[in-house]
Ligand binder design. Structure first.
Ligand code: HEC
Ligand code: HEC
Ligand code: HEC
Ligand code: HEC
Length: 193
């Protein structure tokens, strides 16, 4: 009986499970707190939950220059467009899938620009635009949820914060172009002379 009681005190076999132990130890690991939090800086984070995975991602709306869209989009798109007008968003063109698959309205909503929408028309908040991407890029989404695709902010220590798809990929032109070394070794050979 005494054994049972003492097993709950934090002395010899202090912890109920390995995760309890990790959590307790990481609060003060050799005098340093192991936490990703100091690395978050002033990034505004929101909490999301997807299929049992909960973590933080950066807020987006505050970073989108032309948000709120309804400052201009007060009418349905058709009523705003005119052949005589120059394109308002002349600097945005889509290099993503093909014209058969994708136009502006695949992701944006002509009647409510302040939200995105899924392929079946349900509303998607700009802060959760990964829900847009996940419809077609299921593999990357699965990897991202697990932490294998993308990047953690700060590190792997809890609390977990991950960059979201649009922190790295421009939704209008998501592929990265090939990068070449800034200079080739041949130049170094010249320098040595
Ligand atoms: C400063 C005003 C302004 C703001 C802010 C603005 N828009 Fe627009 N947008 C327009 C006008 C005007 C048109 C219609 C003329 C045109 O097609 O270029 C338009 C057209 C569009 C179109 C259709 C383009 C096409 O080629 O068919 C999309 C999609 C769009 N806007 C999305 C957005 C989204 C999303 C936001 C917010 C993140 C936004 N806009 C914010 C003025 C604005
Ligand atoms: C694959 C989905 C997708 C398509 C297609 C798409 N957009 Fe977007 N767009 C987004 C997402 C997601 C964002 C928000 C990105 C972010 O969080 O930075 C965005 C942002 C914008 C913004 C705000 C950009 C800013 O920095 O102010 C405008 C304007 C816009 N889109 C217009 C358009 C227009 C015009 C088209 C068609 C030529 C288009 N989009 C096609 C997904 C899409
Ligand atoms: C309606 C389906 C659809 C949606 C929604 C969508 N994509 Fe795509 N995406 C495609 C298709 C199709 C391609 C072209 C695939 C190819 O060429 O192999 C593509 C290509 C890409 C590529 C380039 C792949 C490569 O091989 O270089 C990236 C990165 C990407 N998408 C990211 C995103 C992100 C991020 C979002 C959300 C903002 C998104 N996609 C939303 C269908 C979609
Ligand atoms: C930390 C940055 C980062 C984040 C966050 C991120 N990606 Fe990527 N993604 C990359 C890089 C880097 C590549 C590799 C590009 C290359 O090889 O040219 C890539 C490649 C891709 C590709 C091309 C196919 C492949 O796997 O190589 C797709 C599609 C894609 N990402 C979709 C997404 C989606 C959807 C999300 C969000 C759920 C996302 N990415 C989040 C950086 C990121």
């Amino acid at each position: 009986m005494a054994l049972f009681i003492s097993s709950c005190k934090h002395q010899e076999n202090e912890y109920h499970s390995i995760t309890d132990k990790i959590e307790a130890k990481s609060k003060d690991y050799h005098g340093v707190s192991v936490s990703s939090e100091p690395y978050f800086g002033d990034i505004d984070l929101i909490k999301i939950s997807e299929d049992g995975q909960s973590f933080l991602i950066p807020e987006r709306k505050g970073n989108i220059k032309s948000y709120a869209c309804t400052e201009c989009h007060t009418k349905p798109l058709k009523q705003m467009q005119s052949k005589d007008l120059k394109k308002a968003h002349w600097n945005i063109s889509i290099k993503h899938a093909g014209a058969n698959t994708m136009n502006c309205i695949t992701c944006h909503s002509s009647n409510n620009m302040d939200d995105l929408h899924s392929l079946t028309g349900s509303k998607i908040d700009f802060n959760k635009s990964y829900k847009l991407c996940s419809q077609c890029h299921t593999e990357q989404f699965k990897d991202w949820k697990g932490g294998a695709h993308g990047k953690q902010i700060g590190g792997w220590a809890p609390p977990r914060a991950s960059l979201t798809c649009v922190n790295c990929h421009n939704p209008h032109n998501p592929a990265f172009s090939s990068k070449w070394p800034a200079r080739f070794n041949t130049q170094k050979i010249k320098e040595r002379k």
